[in-house]
Design a binder for this molecule. Structure first.
Ligand code: SAM
Length: 734
């Protein structure tokens, strides 16, 4: 039966430049920013979708046109994070109250009410104002320095939600399927390490994946700052992420399932218009139809990879039900009886959210509303409802999975979370939390053979939609290698360690990693020299394999080692391991390897105590100020201790702060500070980069520092720091 065509709601596109209208010309300078933030199609589309009640529409649109508040998370171990929050509240907030700029008064930075433990922050001051006020400028500089060294992570507030709802525990195996650039991966890694004792390495694993190699490299850069031995960065198409295996207790290989999977899929991103105003100009409703299929395949693959009882969080920064509820509904129906939406109304209680939609409209590529296709239950899936050709010979396919299913009320789509900009002054976001309730059976398979009846035509369309002819999600072996590069690879010569055979997929042009035998060669010498206890999993040392000497030695946790050592696992790995040992450019008399700063916190509980130098406040401040003090510039007692150590070796400097209270305010860090140092012939030099040194100086000495080649120039960081330094001089430590 011929379908009745509805009116084309997209006919008028106000964004189209009219050559005869000078106001639309690029050269016409007086268009206000707001005037550029217009897209009639966008408004018509979302009004038709009834995403918010009519009376909220204006508020939604006006928020979308405003710039986005800056938000950030405080990272690190609990005690370190608490120190930094104390510092923000003590040294910055009191001085940046009632900021006025261009006649508008802005609130000072404030905690995000729904982020646990006060670790999420937001502030609305425009960037330009940051430069105008001295105190704001200092706060801005502080944020930049702390972000560089990873103590603070700038992240859009709504983007912090998915990892929180993933409910990650330190023993979980987590897969982040579309992870770059990595802000959510960083959060997940922090959860894996939360509340772990200093001499423990978590059992959990984080596999962070991205199909785009360059973006996977950005992911490496972002996550490297966290120094986690539990992380593996991979480069697979998430739609075909390979099955992984592990050894069972009978030493047989069995499938390895993840406890948690995050599918933060590629999306149209129209929830990020506040941050990316260009979307106002480029937005078009067809993109969602294209993305829907990719999103659906990624989510379905996640269902195959998660364990029974495990959680999947599906998220987008799009407001479009085609990319959101339609994808979730399709997965729920495909895995009927094995997958359900979790009611998270009790989680993140202070987060204002709206329920997911149970009905929405589908528009064909001409912008004509398309009727919901009547399909039998057994047909729910990918079958295209309509196909036709236009003049450009472009296939126009509307999959049944785009439409609200007729059983949508049974699926509890209202359990999905919709976050709109006007609810709490954020970006727009969508999150669905799913649980796998039972093992999958043959009916859940998406292999061509099983679903031939309905997949044939969809498979044809897939070739057109995403350039891939492979729709069998479990057929991961056929995944073709993506572009590769050399990031992080270390030039190596023939190994003297006789490494075990590399287990990594050789199709990846990255140098594969090899595990090093801790009982042989210079690794054994280094382990013996630094008296590293076997309690540290010394089998977890690895290096990049190539015909060269291993100049850098990395370290992974037991769980990562097990996963990487399993011969059936074919991972295209971009990066793993924390740098632990490195060979200095010039030969050293005692040990070939020096300690690397990234690895020092892991090594500290396991290294021989004669390599750890404890400093009191006086010596530690001398050490920070001079960067490489001679022994005679240190206190006599410390000078005596370090003089007795061997020359030309790495040492670890530890400062365990004592509390300094002035008028009941804590003026000291509480987390121990641990730094690598090089013991020269008669001096001790600090081995960290400038940003980290500057951050520590601010935290410990309460002064801002301009770090030059020899020592640093101090600047008062805040009014309190004057008092602080004075009190320190008077030795009021308690
Ligand atoms: C929304 S971004 C992810 C943002 C990231 N989760 C974060 O918080 O920083 C989507 C990512 O998916 C990647 N991507 C696109 N298609 C993919 C696929 N088929 N499989 C895996 N990753 C994909 C993109 O390269 C992009 O980095």
């Amino acid at each position: 039966m011929a379908k009745k065509r509805k009116a084309n709601v997209w006919k008028k596109n106000t964004n189209k430049r009219n050559r005869d209208d000078p106001a639309s010309s690029k050269n016409f300078p007086d268009r206000t920013e707001d005037a550029l933030k217009q897209n009639e199609n966008f408004e018509t589309y979302y009004k038709a979708q009834k995403i918010v009640p009519e009376e909220e529409w204006d508020s939604l649109i006006s928020h979308l046109k405003r710039s986005l508040p800056t938000s950030f998370r405080v990272t690190g171990t609990r005690i370190q994070a608490e120190d930094l929050v104390t510092q923000i509240k003590r040294d910055f907030i009191p001085f940046i109250q009632n900021i006025e700029f261009d006649g508008v008064t802005y609130e000072p930075p404030h905690e995000i009410p729904w982020y646990p433990d006060g670790l999420g922050w937001s502030f609305e001051v425009p960037k330009i104002a940051l430069k105008k006020s001295v105190h704001l400028n200092k706060f801005h500089k502080f944020l930049v320095t702390e972000s560089e060294i990873g103590n603070i992570s700038r992240q859009e507030a709504v983007s912090m939600i998915p990892p929180l709802l993933l409910d990650v525990k330190p023993n979980h195996a987590v897969l982040d399927m579309c992870a770059a650039p990595g802000s959510k991966t960083s959060q997940i890694i922090e959860f894996i390490h939360a509340d772990i004792k200093p001499d423990e390495i978590p059992n959990g694993i984080v596999v962070a994946n991205d199909s785009n190699y360059k973006r996977a490299c950005m992911l490496v850069h972002q996550t490297n700052r966290l120094h986690s031995p539990c992380l593996i960065v991979t480069n697979h198409n998430g739609e075909r992420f390979p099955n992984l295996f592990k050894r069972n207790k009978d030493d047989n290989s069995e499938q390895f399932f993840f406890d948690r999977i995050l599918a933060d899929v590629p999306c149209s991103g129209d929830g990020t218009m506040r941050k990316n105003p260009a979307i106002w100009n480029t937005w078009n409703f067809k993109e969602a139809i294209h993305l829907h299929k990719i999103q659906e395949k990624i989510l379905k693959r996640a269902v195959h990879l998660v364990k029974v009882g495990g959680r999947i969080v599906y998220s987008t920064c799009s407001l479009n039900p085609i990319e959101n509820e339609a994808v979730v509904a399709s997965a729920l129906n495909h895995y009927k009886g094995a997958l359900e939406l979790v009611d998270v109304s009790d989680e993140l209680k202070n987060l204002i959210r709206r329920p997911g939609l149970s009905s929405w409209k589908v528009f064909d590529r001409d912008g004509v509303e398309s009727n919901t296709v009547k399909v039998e239950d057994s047909e729910i899936g990918d079958k295209p409802s309509a196909e036709k050709q236009d003049e450009k010979n472009e296939t126009k396919t509307l999959y049944t999975s785009l439409y609200p299913p007729k059983n949508s009320s049974e699926l509890h789509l209202d359990r999905c979370l919709r976050i709109y900009p006007h609810l709490q002054n954020t970006g727009g976001f969508f999150v669905a939390v799913l649980k796998k309730t039972s093992a999958l059976d043959a009916t859940h398979s998406v292999k061509k053979t099983v679903r031939k009846d309905i997949m044939n035509s969809a498979a044809e369309s897939d070739k057109i939609e995403d350039g891939s002819s492979d729709v069998a999600e479990e057929d991961s072996e056929s995944d073709t290698p993506l572009a590769t590069g050399t990031l992080g690879s270390v030039p190596l010569r023939e190994t003297e360690y006789d490494p075990e055979k590399p287990r990594i997929d050789p199709s990846l042009e990255e140098n594969p990693y090899v595990f090093l035998n801790p009982n042989e060669g210079s690794l054994k010498s280094a382990i013996d020299f630094y008296k590293i206890s076997p309690k540290l999993n010394t089998g977890g040392f690895l290096a990049r394999a190539e015909k060269s000497v291993h100049r850098t030695v990395y370290f992974v946790s037991n769980s990562v080692k097990e996963l990487l050592s399993e011969p059936n696992n074919k991972l295209r790995m971009v990066n793993t391991g924390v740098k632990m040992l490195a060979k200095p450019a010039s030969r050293t008399p005692n040990c070939e390897f020096r300690l690397v700063s990234e690895g020092v916190p892991i090594l500290l509980p396991f290294i021989g105590s004669d390599f750890v130098v404890d400093m009191d406040f006086g010596d530690f401040s001398t050490f920070l100020k001079l960067k490489n003090p001679r022994f005679d510039q240190l206190s006599p007692s410390l000078s005596e201790v370090v003089s007795k150590t061997e020359k030309q070796i790495s040492l670890i400097v530890r400062y365990i702060p004592i509390l300094i209270l002035i008028n009941r305010i804590i003026y000291s860090v509480r987390a121990p500070i641990i730094l690598p140092a090089w013991r020269g012939n008669d001096s001790l030099s600090i081995h960290i980069d400038k940003s980290e040194l500057r951050s520590i100086i601010i935290r410990v000495l309460g002064v801002d520092a301009d770090i030059g080649k020899s020592g640093f120039k101090m600047e008062n960081n805040s009014r309190t720091s004057d008092k602080f330094l004075q009190e320190k001089k008077e030795n009021k430590d308690i």
